[in-house]
Design a protein around this ligand. Sequence first.
Ligand code: PLP
Length: 480
Amino acid sequence: MNIEEFRKRGYEVVDYIAKYYQELENFPTLSNVQPGYLSELLPSEAPSTPEDFDVIMKDFNDKIIPGITHWQSPNYFAYFPANSSFPSILGDMLSNMVNCIGFNWICSPACTELETIVMDWLAKMISLPERFLSASNGGGVIQGTASESVLVTLIAAREKKIRMHNSLNPDLLVPKFVAYCSDQTHSSVQKAAIILRIKMHVISSKNFSMDDSLLEETIKNDIKNGLVPIFVCSTIGTTSTGGIDKVEKIAGIAKKYKLWHHVDAAYAGSALVCPEFQYLLEGVENADSFSMNCHKWLLTNFDFSPLWIADRSQLIKALSINPAYLENNATSSGKVCVNERKGKVIDYRDWQIGLGRRFRSLKFWFVARCYGVSGLQTHIRKCIDLAKLFEHFINEDPLFEVAAERTFSLVCFRVKNLGDSEHKLLNDNINSCGVFLTHTVINNLYTLRLCVGSPWTEENHIHKVFEIIKQETKKIKKGQ
Ligand code: PLP
């Protein structure tokens, strides 16, 4: 494809994308193809000679689109949202244009420096304490996923503890390490512990919030038994119900027993752009790290998972490795490891698992500038108002009950006097009507979750999804 053809096809693809968004509402949100459908439609080997672009686009439309679950649909209410926005798509197109791999500052100074700037912007937008800003000893880095964020922070916590113990033989010390999360914490935290072979003690929760007294009791017992507590994860906005841990209490315990405290706000962190939610940050001034996902609810296309560290040197010490082939003058001038920045560079390869990294900051830079803070706040507040409307419908209808307290845009609900298998059938039947909801299990009961997050969802979609839920519930009740 030459430049002129790229120009022609580029316009066509942008037209295709615009039309997709115009017609999105009409697609069934959940794809209804069967497993293996695509191998029946596509050849088993790549073409030996070039194919015509029109033919490729036709196949995309006819064969790929039917296998898409439409996360951007206004009728998408499943899991958590995965926001896209046009400024984000356009910013990412420009990132694809330069396609730089920004592992060292010199690999594209703008790639590194814009990342530092937008991470500071975002930290200020959500009112993170100053110690997380790059002008202090902290700073932010864009990870691909919240799972990577927790993995790198657990590595930093492990290495910090090894240094604190001045251990000559870490292989004997590390098996004594223990980390803590709650029974509501996202599975990615347990996964990080599995990867690193660190014991994880799961603390029960009360009202979907970690039981902090039990946390302290468990830590004391573990120390008595010769274990070494190193890390605790608290959550603002759990995946199952949107529950909130008492960050301040957990921060106090973490400080007392010298644990690394990571705050996971993957979903609800976006809501912190609204001052009315910033009370949730109480205690974060004592946390060691904080993560959120702008690719969930802040109008930024996947992948964009900000992680802030209060003491960046911990991450850099844990993840830095300097082979000869990566040496360069900028890196040799010194790294931004401690407070002094002048003449020094950030090499973000020292802040993550991989070496290569995309120019992700561009898309958020476009989003932040096109929407402004006020536009982002409007988006969050609108989603929450729509979730409140849905919650109101559930509360007002004697068929249903709310299953967990709502704070953000997630409503958990059940049909009164209906068993688990009928709830599962109901969930499937609802999803066959063009909308998409998923479930969780609360107190051993199958519970439906409806999360509002698409920028395309309006009041009429909330009315429509409630009518579908009611109609399908009545059908199942009739057949009981
Ligand atoms: N933490 C919470 C609270 C989540 O809800 C999720 C995903 O939904 C994650 C972590 C993991 O996110 P990621 O897919 O970015 O790893």
